[in-house]
Design a protein around this ligand. Structure first.
Ligand code: 13P
Length: 258
C-alpha cells in the first residue's frame, strides 16, 4: 500500500510559513512512491493551495452541518472552495478541548467523504487508559463508533479514508509507542476496518502519530500495518519533514519487521 505522510500544523502557520509549504511540496516530488499532505490552519488553506497546485493541502477539522448558525466553524463546501482536498477529524486535541464525541466525529467524516474530501480519522488512548490495559479496547471502540457508514462511506472507502492511531501520551511529548504496541493496535484497527467494510477495509491506510521524527520514522514505517504517519511538530519545516517522507519511501520495498 502506498504510504501517506501527512503533516498537522495545528495552530501554527502564517503567510511567512508558505515558504515551508513550497519547500515541502517541491521536495515531495522526489518521492513519488509516497503520498504527502499538509493540514494547515483554516486561514492558510487557500493561500497554501494556490502556492502549491497539485499538492494535497488539508484542513484540521470540519463541521458536519452543510451550513448554518455555527459561529466560528467551517463546513465542507468552504474547505473545497478554499482548495482543501482532505481534512483531519477527531484529533484528540479536539475530542478533549472541544468535547467532540465519537458521534460528532462520525458525522464529520461522513460529511467530508460525502463532499469528496479525503479524511484522516484519529483515535488513540490516554496514558491512564493504557496503564489500565485498555489501549486496544479504547482505540478500537473509538474507531467502531466514529467510522463513517452508509453511502458516503461506500463512496470514500478505501481511497479517501485513512485512520490515524495517535496515543495521546505520545503527542508532543517526545515519547513514542514501542513498535510492538503500535503493531498490536494497528492490527486491532485493521480487524475493525475489515469488520466494517469487508475486503475494502484492508485497503484503508492506518497512520501512526505521536512524536514521529526523522530518527524514529524508519523503524515505525517498517511495522506491519503502518501505512504512513500523521506528524505534528516535525512537519512545520521542510528540514524536519522531508527526511520523514524519505524514510517512508525507503521502507516501501522492504518487508515488515513486526
Ligand atoms: P507530534 O508529532 O508533535 O507529537 O504531534 C502528533 C499529532 O498530534 C499529529 O496530529
Amino acid at each position: 500500500m502506498k504510504k501517506l505522510v501527512a503533516g498537522n500544523w495545528k495552530m501554527h502557520g502564517v503567510a511567512a510559513d508558505l515558504e515551508q509549504v513550497r519547500a515541502i511540496a517541491e521536495a515531495s516530488r522526489r518521492f513519488p512512491s509516497v503520498d504527502v499532505a499538509l493540514c494547515v490552519p483554516a486561514t492558510l488553506i487557500e493561500r497554501a493551495a494556490r502556492a502549491v497546485p497539485g499538492f494535497a493541502i488539508g484542513a484540521q477539522d470540519v463541521h458536519f452541518a452543510e451550513k448554518g448558525a455555527h459561529t466560528g466553524c467551517v463546513c465542507t463546501a468552504m474547505l473545497t472552495d478554499a482548495g482543501a482536498s482532505l481534512t483531519i477529524v477527531g484529533h484528540s486535541e479536539r475530542r478533549d478541548s472541544q468535547r467532540e464525541s465519537d458521534a460528532d466525529v462520525k458525522a464529520k467524516s461522513e460529511a467530508a467523504l460525502g463532499a469528496g474530501l479525503g479524511v484522516i480519522l484519529c483515535v488513540g488512548e490516554s496514558l491512564a487508559q493504557r496503564e489500565a490495559g485498555e489501549a486496544v479496547r479504547t482505540a478500537s471502540g473509538q474507531l467502531d463508533a466514529s467510522l463513517p457508514h452508509g453511502e458516503p462511506a461506500a463512496a470514500g472507502v478505501p481511497d479517501r479514508l485513512a485512520v490515524a492511531y495517535e496515543p495521546i501520551w505520545a503527542i508532543g511529548t517526545g515519547k513514542v509507542a514501542s513498535c510492538e504496541d503500535i503493531a498490536e493496535i494497528h492490527r486491532a484497527l485493521r480487524e475493525r476496518l475489515v469488520a466494517a467494510y469487508g475486503e475494502a477495509g484492508d485497503r484503508v491506510r492506518i497512520l501512526y502519530g505521536g512524536s514521529v521524527k526523522a530518527s524514529n520514522a524508519p523503524e515505525i514505517f517498517a511495522v506491519a500495518d503502518v501505512d504512513g504517519a500523521l506528524v505534528g511538530g516535525a512537519s512545520l519545516s521542510a528540514e524536519d519533514f522531508v527526511p520523514i517522507i524519505a524514510a517512508a519511501a525507503a521502507v516501501e520495498a522492504a518487508p515488515p519487521i513486526a
